[in-house]
Design a protein around this ligand. Sequence first.
Ligand SMILES: Cc1cc2nc3c(=O)[nH]c(=O)nc-3n(C[C@H](O)[C@H](O)[C@H](O)COP(=O)(O)OP(=O)(O)OC[C@H]3O[C@@H](n4cnc5c(N)ncnc54)[C@H](O)[C@@H]3O)c2cc1C
Length: 391
Amino acid sequence: MKYTYDFMNDDQKALVDLVHEVLTAKLDPQVAELDQKGEFPWDVYNELGKVGFWAMDVPAEYGGLGLDCLTVCLVREALGYHDAGFACSFSASTFGIKPVLLYGNEEQKQYYGKKLAEGVISAQLLTEPQSGSDVANMLTTAVKDGDSYVINGRKTFVTNGGLAGIYTVAAVTAPADPANGKKRPEISLFIVDRDVPGVSVGKEENKMGIRLSNTTDVVFENVRVPAANLIGEEGHGMEYVGTLLARTRPTGMAPALGLGQKALDLAVEYCRTRETKGAPIGMLQAIQFKLADMQIQLQAARSQLLYNAQMIDAGTYSTPMGSITKAFVSEAVMHVADQALQIYGGYGYSREYPVEKLYRDARIFSIFEGTNEIQRQIVGRDVVGRLKKKA
Ligand SMILES: Cc1cc2nc3c(=O)[nH]c(=O)nc-3n(C[C@H](O)[C@H](O)[C@H](O)COP(=O)(O)OP(=O)(O)OC[C@H]3O[C@@H](n4cnc5c(N)ncnc54)[C@H](O)[C@@H]3O)c2cc1C
C-alpha cells in the first residue's frame, strides 16, 4: 500500500485507515465462508454506515458525505483490498443516484440522497437478457398513461438487484421507426421504488467470482410510477447513460486496484518464505521480474485511475478517457492476480490459499461496465476520428 499512502493527504489517510480497521475486524474473518456461500455481508455494510460511509459520494446538501471522486476511489481501493465483491456492491450502492445528480430535479435529488444516507441501496438497470453491449436493443417499455408511466420488462445482471430499495431503470418510451429515419428507440430513465406493486426480484446469478456481490434479475409487470419519477427529459436516456458511464466506468475499477495490491502483497510474502533448493524463491530473478512487472502494472493502473478521478472532480467527463482507464486497470489487475497465482505454484490453484479467489474475482472487471472490446471500440473511434466511406 506504500505508494497510495504517499499520495494521500491526512483526511484521506484517516478514511482509508478506518476502512481497513473496520474490514480487518468484521469482514476478513468471514470472507472465505461468504465467498463459498455467495452472500452479501449486511453486518459489514451496516458497520460502515455507523462510521459514516453510506452515501459517501452523495453531496452533503443531499445528505451524503460529499467526498470528491478521488477520495471515493481511494476508499473503494481500500474496500477492494479486503474483498472485491463487497467493494463492488458498496460502490454500486450509489450508482443509481448518479443520473439523478446529473439530470434530475431538486426534489428527486433530495428524495434519493436522503434514502441513500439512511443506508438504502440503489441499483442501475440497463442490461437485459438479449441486450448487454447493444443497449439500444432493450425491450423494457415505459408507456405514458395520464400522470403515470407503466413499465414492463426484465432486467438482468443487476448488481445489488436483490438488496436495493431503489432502482434506476432504463426503458423504451418510443420505439425505433426506421421508415422515418429513426434507427434507434428513444430510451428514458426512471426512479422505481422496489416496493411498488409489480416489481419482483428474479433469479440470482451463481457467479465464478465477486461472490459477495449480489447479482440478480429484476422484473417489472405493469409497474405504475408517477410521471414525476422520470429523470431529466423523456427520450434522453442514452445520452444520460453515456455521461454517467464516463464517470462510473473508471471509478468502478477502484476496487480492482485493492484486489491487485492484495495479490501483490501475498505474492511478496509467499516468495520470502517458500524455498527451492534451500533458498527463498524471492531470490530467483524469474520471480523478481514477475513481481517487478506486477508492481509496474499496478502502479501505472493506479496512476491512470486517480488521474481520471481528478479529471472528473474538475468536471471533465470524457468517455474515451473512462474507457482507457477501464480497459487498462481491469487488464493490469487480471495480470497481477494471474502472476500471483503462478508464484504460489500448485498452492495457488488450491482453494485453501487466498490467491485462487483473487484470480476469480479479478476476471469480472473486463466484462461489466461495458466489455473491454466495447472500450476499445470507443477508444479506437476517438483516435481515428470521423471517417466516411467513398461514395
Ligand atoms: C457481475 C456482473 C454485474 C453486472 N452489473 C450490472 C448492473 O448493475 N447493471 C447493468 O445494467 N448491467 C450489469 N451487468 C451487465 C454487463 O454490463 C454486461 O454483461 C456487459 O455489458 C456485456 O453484455 P453481455 O453480457 O450481454 O455480452 P454481449 O454484449 O452479448 O457480448 C458478448 C461478447 O461479444 C462482444 N461484443 C459485443 N458487441 C461487440 C461489438 N460491437 N464489438 C466488438 N465486440 C462486441 C463482447 O465484448 C463480448 O465479448 C453486470 C454483469 C455482470 C457479469
